[in-house]
Design a protein around this ligand. Structure first.
Ligand code: AMP
Ligand code: ZN
Length: 477
């Protein structure tokens, strides 16, 4: 299968597109840096989640679902978490649990498959300490004032991923350098905890309790679940330096390996008016607030966001706009209209025409253009094209079956619904409230929500209705 369509991926490490060949086709391994859980994820954070979900689906297609291990971590030790918990007066555990749960709800509405493993930093402290001790033992790290620091000049080819030389980086380093650092580029592997902050017994004979630095968390989780060398490491472009550079330094130097991951993939920024969407700039929209705009059909609306996201190639910046969302909704609606005509079991499937685009460095805009062409042919009466369209859209995680499920009701059950509403009004007039409530419940079970309003002048009751998802999950704040 892998030979049929060679998968080409742009590798940040070599700065070119390369044919992807896994180390072990029976276990293709990918790590993606996940969220730091202290607040709602914004729509920019959703980009890597969606992009690498598409890659996960493609790898499963090529190598078989049971031959791909996808690890996406949760960072639950971090200064921002400590600060937020203190601010809200809740425990760190409570904050991280609540935020992680919210994150899962939000991204599942975006059609994202769960990763194979979702490790948490706090559950990998022993692995982090083992890595830190190995780095100190082999001279790549040192202890100073209860900190453990990675000594950057100890690694000859530090900076390869971000394509910068050590000299360049040192010249650009901030003037204010902690006095215990031997070199301005040295970074923290472990640091002492202040009172009230989470802490663990320290490695390397340090008496004061402490906690890990951010970079070592990913090195430890990746190694535990994927081994010392694995196939693909992903994340947003902002992580190339310093986070991924430092992950590489730690993992390679601990074990004397030539690489950590063979392919490094990075998504471009989601931008608002030319600037990266970020918490610190305040120009962000959370996934959750967008989803809440359409509580009755979250899955559909989440699919619209997903399609809007995939309409731009993952390495290009996206300018996030309402117009982009509206265009995506128009496209998805048009495709979903072919669902019934296609008469397919809602089985996702990737066929050659779409696979060709995805295998070309995840060319989702190309795949989407192809879906548009299929829709056009389907509208001219080609059932085969309608089928291609539907199965491939479903493969991409787009809910083309969802819109029909909801809107079918308009066409097919309108008469029935109106008849039940009339019966209910009759029952109410006859003061048979039990029967009126029974009809209301019967309709609710069909996903029809009723709303009564009284004309202030005549006192007459009119009833309107709308389609609701059978159960709307109240987001847990
Ligand atoms: P963070 O919680 O900030 O570490 O971000 C989690 C993931 O989202 C990382 O892979 C980031 O690179 C990515 N990310 C954050 N902001 C954006 C953005 N505006 N556009 C695309 N990716 C982003
Ligand atoms: Zn990471």
């Amino acid at each position: 299968m892998a030979e049929a369509h060679p998968l080409m991926l742009y590798n940040t490490l070599t700065r070119r597109k390369e044919a992807f060949r896994p180390i072990d086709p029976a276990n293709v391994r990918m790590y993606v840096c996940g969220p730091t859980v202290y607040d709602y994820a914004h729509i920019g954070n959703a980009r890597p989640v969606i992009v690498f979900d598409v890659l996960f689906r493609l790898l499963r297609h090529i190598y078989g679902a049971e031959h791909v291990t996808y690890v996406r971590n949760i960072t639950d030790v971090d200064d921002k978490i400590n600060a937020r918990a203190a601010e809200e007066g809740v425990s760190i555990r409570e904050l991280t649990e609540r935020t992680a749960k919210q994150f899962h709800e939000d991204i599942s509405a975006l059609g994202v498959l769960p990763p194979t493993v979702e490790p948490r930093a706090t559950e990998h402290i022993p692995e982090m300490k083992a890595l830190i001790e190995a780095l100190v033992a082999n001279g790549h790290a040192y202890v100073a004032e209860d900190h453990v620091l990675f000594h950057v000049p100890s690694m000859k080819d530090y900076g390869r991923l971000s394509n910068r030389s050590l000299e360049e980086m040192e010249a650009g380093a901030r003037v204010e350098v902690a006095p215990y650092k031997k070199d301005p580029m040295d970074f923290v592997l472990w640091k002492p905890s202040k009172a009230g902050e989470p802490s663990w017994p320290s490695p390397c004979g340090i008496a004061a309790p402490g906690r890990p630095g951010w970079h070592i968390e990913c090195s430890a989780m990746a190694e535990r679940h994927l081994g010392q060398v694995f196939d693909i490491h992903g994340g947003g472009i902002d992580l190339v330096f310093p986070h991924h550079e430092n992950e590489i330094a730690q993992s390679r130097c601990a074990h004397g390996m030539p690489v950590m991951a063979r392919f490094w993939l990075h998504n471009g920024f989601l931008q608002v008016e030319g600037e990266k969407m970020s918490k610190s700039l305040g120009n962000f929209v959370t996934i959750n607030e967008l989803l809440r705009e359409r509580p009755a059909d979250q899955k559909w609306w989440g699919g619209v966001m997903r399609l809007a996201m995939l309409s731009t190639h993952y390495r290009q910046p996206i300018n996030w706009s309402r117009k982009g969302l509206a265009e995506a909704e128009a496209a998805l609606t048009r495709w979903a209209k072919q669902y019934e005509f296609a008469e397919v079991a809602a089985e996702p499937q990737l066929t050659q025409r779409i696979a060709n685009h995805l295998c070309n460095d995840l060319n989702t805009p190309g795949a989407i253009a192809e879906l548009h062409a299929m829709a056009k042919a389907a509208e001219s009466g080609s059932k085969h094209e309608a089928q291609e369209l539907i199965v491939n859209a479903l493969f991409l995680g787009l809910p083309v079956d969802e819109y029909i499920a909801q809107h079918q009701i308009d066409d097919m059950q309108m008469a029935l619904v109106n008849e039940r509403i009339d019966a209910r009004l009759e029952a109410r007039k006859a003061k048979n409230f039990k029967e009126a409530d029974r009809i209301r419940d019967e309709l609710a079970a069909m996903g029809i929500a009723l709303k009564d309003s009284k004309d202030p002048k005549t006192g007459e009751i009119t009833t309107t209705w709308e389609v609701r998802a059978p159960s709307t999950t109240e987001a847990s704040r």
